[in-house]
Design a protein around this ligand. Structure first.
Ligand SMILES: [Zn+2]
Length: 186
């Protein structure tokens, strides 16, 4: 190996200068050195290109990983939001169910009271005489349609009559559709 080549290799090893540049300078008319210089230059190009390709691939993979992580986080958020909505729906349904139960109980109590009142007044408990298609009374079930049930009458009607203290004979009520109630002194 000649001295100039050795020196160029030393410089290259020490990190200074370009080997193929030095070789190209040294080559002069030497075809072997010229060829070696070209091969080195080509090799450097190839390595540089490979390195760039590898960096691009690493960046692409990193971007893919970031996108995957973001998608996973978005999916987690979506699931949390869905669970929150379902919990809200369940809570609202539970409130509605309780409200419905309360209304049903209230309705049943009112209906029972109305049934008792119909018994006390001898009225049809289904329609109070207001439904010509009623299977129980065919629309004739106003108060007095049947004999009032004694216990219910005593419980619900008699105290009201006593408090009102106006005659109960229908004949005496003619012309007194809206009698003035006269409360007896307590
Ligand atoms: Zn009826």
């Amino acid at each position: 190996m000649n001295d100039a080549l050795l020196e160029a290799l030393r410089q290259q090893a020490a990190g200074g200068g370009s080997l193929e540049g030095t070789l190209a300078g040294m080559a002069g008319g030497d075809p072997a050195l010229g060829l070696l210089s070209q091969m080195l230059a080509h090799r450097e190009q190839t390595l540089t290109h490979d390195l760039e390709t590898q960096q691009q691939e690493e960046e692409r993979l990193a971007a893919l990983a970031r996108a995957g992580e973001e998608a996973r986080q978005l999916e987690e958020l979506r699931q949390l939001e869905e669970e929150r909505r379902q919990a809200q729906r369940r809570a609202r349904l539970e409130r509605l169910r309780l409200r419905l139960e309360g209304l049903q109980a209230e309705l049943a109590a009112r209906q029972a009271l109305l049934d008792d009142l119909a018994l006390a007044l001898g009225a049809c408990p289904a329609c109070w005489g207001e439904d010509p298609g009623c299977r129980l009374c065919r629309g004739r079930g106003q108060p007095g349609f049947v004999r009032p049930e004694a216990a219910a009458f005593r419980r619900l009607v008699a105290p009201a009559l006593e408090a009102a203290s106006f005659p109960t004979d229908p004949r005496t009520l003619v012309g007194r559709e809206t009698p003035e109630p006269e409360r007896r002194p307590l």
